[in-house]
Design a protein around this ligand. Structure first.
Ligand SMILES: Cc1cc2nc3c(=O)[nH]c(=O)nc-3n(C[C@H](O)[C@H](O)[C@H](O)COP(=O)(O)OP(=O)(O)OC[C@H]3O[C@@H](n4cnc5c(N)ncnc54)[C@H](O)[C@@H]3O)c2cc1C
Length: 352
């Protein structure tokens, strides 16, 4: 039995491949839902709003391959011709022409379409929700996992499909992991752990009209980056982007008020008729940002070669996007890590 800890993109990819190969497995997921840092919210109006992973490019071939395997459609991120920029002392503010740039893409129906497809391929009892793994021990040839509900699971192989900083701080291992691994994992930044994503839904995309800027860049906010977030069919409209992380210090109602004011200051009265406001403060999510005070550089130790070793005599395998070689931290990295974890498990099992 293989146990995968985490039902994010990396864990679901591994589970899907194990299923195809008829290798018995179970996913233990701390939350009551799949997806992890892929979090597409559907508004009451049916607009898919990305609170987590959103964009990718042509270079992200691992991701593109799995999207093709499932026949999932993708579409261009609408950029328009202009962006609006402002800085804190208003030396520069106004409309500027966007430079030529590589196109970026989104998944039709939202990034959740990919994790939903993977999940559809699993059986109901392949996954146990609301199950946070707290301890991993070894007894004879088996690994023993204990959860926050005092449940015990036994496995021949365990895959850590959560960010290294999370497992290294939240799971206790007996026998202990090598000091070097633990140290590096604790100093591996979890991509986007400090982000606040926010979106405002509108009836009409006024930012696409009359040469208006469709992108906002600001060095103080609340939106520091904001993009068109219309759906592929172009019949649902929103603006979506990142808020200045400092705005986590104020409450949601105040953040919403300041976001709407920023949009009204830029676009005038058309921005005053928002249908809905959505946000997610990722640093408040204990499975993404832990410990709360830990400050690391963006991508620090991401893709470190130590994550490609296996531990506990080949029984403990490290996955998650942050362990990938090519685009660690991104969806592409999560697909690479998930595929690699599967290959490793299957090689080990077939060697016996
Ligand atoms: C705001 C934001 C924006 C992003 N934007 C982009 C983007 O535009 N493009 C892009 O390519 N990438 C983006 N990313 C990154 C992308 O979301 C991740 O690379 C990818 O989703 C990571 O998948 P994962 O499976 O490795 O980890 P995760 O998605 O973190 O999944 C880990 C899972 O493990 C579970 N878990 C954790 N601890 C335990 C435990 N002890 N027991 C059981 N379960 C546990 C968690 O609940 C979670 O479901 C963004 C991320 C964020 C947060």
């Amino acid at each position: 039995m293989v146990i995968i800890i985490g039902a994010g993109l990396s864990g679901l990819i591994t589970a899907f491949r194990l299923k195809q190969d008829n290798i018995p497995f179970k996913i233990l997921e701390a939350k009551d839902k799949i997806g992890g840092r892929i979090f597409t919210k559907m508004t009451n109006n049916g607009t898919p709003i990305e609170m987590g992973a959103t964009w990718f490019g042509r270079q992200h071939q691992n991701l593109i391959k799995i999207l093709n395997e499932f026949g999932l459609a993708i579409f261009h991120q609408f950029q328009g011709e202009y962006y609006y920029y402002d800085d804190s002392d208003s030396t520069y503010h106004g409309k500027y022409k966007l430079p030529q740039q590589e196109p970026s893409f989104r998944i039709s129906g939202g990034s959740k379409s990919l994790v939903d497809k993977l999940f559809e391929k699993l059986d109901e009892d392949d996954i146990q929700f609301n199950t946070q793994v707290k301890e991993i021990g070894k007894e004879n040839e088996e690994l023993i996992l204990n959860t926050q509900n005092d449940e015990e699971y036994r496995a021949d192989q365990v895959i850590l499909a959560q960010p290294p900083k999370i497992w290294s701080h939240q799971i206790s291992f007996a026998p202990p992991l090598p000091q070097e691994l633990l140290h590096i994992a604790q100093k591996t930044q979890t991509w986007m752990e400090d982000s606040i994503k926010a979106a405002v839904e509108f009836e009409k995309p006024f930012w696409r009209e009359n040469g208006n800027p469709a992108t906002i860049m600001s060095n103080f906010g609340p939106f520091i980056e904001c993009y068109d977030h219309s759906n592929q069919q172009e019949d649902k409209f929103a603006l979506c982007g990142f808020l200045n992380a400092e705005f986590k210090r104020i409450d949601k109602a105040r953040r919403e008020k300041l976001v709407l004011k920023q949009l009204s200051d830029i676009f005038g009265e058309k921005a005053q008729n928002a249908i809905s406001y959505h946000e997610y403060v990722w640093s408040e999510d204990d499975y993404v940002k832990w410990p709360k005070e830990n400050l690391l550089q963006p991508h620090q130790n991401n893709g470190h070669p130590i994550f490609r070793e296996s531990f506990f005599n080949n029984q403990l395998i490290i996955s998650s996007s942050e362990s990938a070689t090519n685009f660690p931290g991104y969806m592409d990295g999560a697909v690479e890590a998930g595929e690699n974890a599967f290959k490793l498990v299957s090689e080990i099992l077939h060697a016996y």
